[in-house]
Design a protein around this ligand. Structure first.
Ligand code: AMP
Ligand code: MG
Length: 397
């Protein structure tokens, strides 16, 4: 049986570039940007007023003028209105384009307006105050968002502001999620007392959704012939097959054999870990990858975060994100010679450290416990006793 690190390496050895495609910017959330977004013009595009108030020429202030005749009012979106004399001002609003004849804005809070005259109530006015100058943030053609990063709401905002209605993104693999087992029914069906709902499919779907990936769902009963047929179907249509269940030692766990029959070569089967020991990983000659997770919902969830998402991120060209660690906040024992992925609730100490509180629930199969926890903490195989204050890697979910 291989170790978690060996499994990780073998999976990372199968990282694959799926190319790029252009999509509407609004649907790009969660995907990876494959082009630099550049400014289509200076940002801001004009000398932008940042406070409601009056615009004057600084020279007039320096020469001692404190009261100004209001020549006109200029709203955001209005053409700039110039003053004709230095004792005039323009009442001007946030977002307006500063007229050339003025260079300083004084807030309403700092003036008094009476009979169409504005009197300045403060001293210490700075030339150019309350203005955001043309090109101060970025010049035309400068990169505003470099490629190779995940598209967040901030990137959507930037794309919108420079008029990028289409974004070049890394193409996502076509993924199918396949559940297996005769005891499983659809979520909207009423299970009999001996049946359960196929929740794993939706767990996986939801996790993928967070990464901009939509996947098709499929189910196979515990039948070797149908299993082969459905695998053949998937091999024709998808880049990645994510299976849950049917890979253990059970009499009806037909999947590893069916995969081999369909020319999907085993890269590994079984990893020294809990949960998720029966995890199976393989590859078809035509490059299709198969991640077959154990049906135990916590095992599926863990394997998805520990193995599939890092593979997906690497395949999308994302730089490896830094590992995250947390401090165990109480002693914990685990005897078996397996790496243990313990569910923990994270919190911060007053010193700004991340602490991890083990919440075991009913052990590694208790998936309701996932709602009470935030992460798996990865406890090394070589030890049985883990002490309060020791630091281990975590996998946040
Ligand atoms: P298996 O890996 O097929 O032996 O399944 C292990 C356990 O996980 C069994 O109790 C199954 O009923 C359960 N299980 C398998 N697939 C799913 C699924 N898609 N959703 C929820 N539970 C599942
Ligand atoms: Mg099963």
């Amino acid at each position: 049986m291989i170790t978690v690190e060996q499994a990780e390496q073998l999976i990372q050895g199968q990282v694959k570039d799926f190319g790029t495609e252009s999509i509407p910017f609004e649907s790009a959330l969660g995907q990876v940007l494959a082009e630099d977004i550049t400014a289509d013009r200076d940002l801001p595009p004009f000398n932008r007023v940042t406070m409601d108030g009056i615009a004057v020429s600084y020279e007039s202030i320096a020469s001692g003028i404190t009261a100004y005749r209001i020549k006109a009012t200029q709203a955001a979106g209005d053409q700039p209105i110039d003053i004709d004399n230095s004792d005039e001002c323009i009442e001007i609003m946030t977002g307006a384009s500063l007229p050339d004849s003025v260079d300083t804005v004084i807030r309403y809070e700092d003036i008094e307006i009476k009979d169409k005259k504005a009197t300045i109530l403060i001293s210490g006015i700075q030339k150019g105050q309350n203005l955001h100058f043309k090109g101060a943030d970025k010049k035309k053609n400068e990169v505003v968002a470099p490629k190779g990063q995940r598209i967040t709401p901030a990137i959507i905002s930037i794309a919108a502001s420079v008029g990028k209605t289409e974004l070049l993104v890394k193409r996502l693999p076509r993924v199918v999620i396949v559940s297996s087992g005769d005891e499983l029914v659809d979520v909207d069906e009423q299970p009999s007392p001996i049946q359960i709902r196929k929740s794993n499919s939706y767990t996986i779907k939801a996790v993928l959704r967070q990464h901009g990936l939509t996947a098709e769902l499929l189910h196979i009963p515990d039948d070797p012939i149908i299993t082969r047929e459905k695998i053949a179907y998937c091999l024709e249509r998808f880049d990645v097959i994510l299976l849950t269940g049917g890979i253990s030692m059970g009499k009806f766990d037909y999947i590893p054999k069916a995969l081999e029959d369909m020319q999907v070569k085993t890269i590994f089967h079984k990893v020294q870990q809990r949960p998720g020991k029966p995890f199976w990983f393989g590859r078809h000659n035509n490059d299709i990858l198969v991640f077959a997770f154990p049906g135990n919902p916590v095992a599926t969830f863990m394997c998805l975060h520990r193995y599939f998402l890092p593979w997906l991120n690497a395949s999308q060209g994302l730089k490896e994100s830094r590992s995250v660690y947390a401090i165990l906040d109480q002693d914990f024992n685990f005897k078996p010679a397996l790496k243990y992925f313990l569910q923990v609730k994270l919190y911060f100490s007053e010193q700004g450290q991340i602490l991890a509180k083990p919440i075991e629930g009913n052990g590694s199969g208790d998936f309701t416990n996932l709602a009470d926890t935030d992460a798996f903490i990865e406890l090394p195989m070589e030890k049985d006793e883990f002490k309060k204050g020791e630091v281990f890697r975590i996998w946040n979910f």
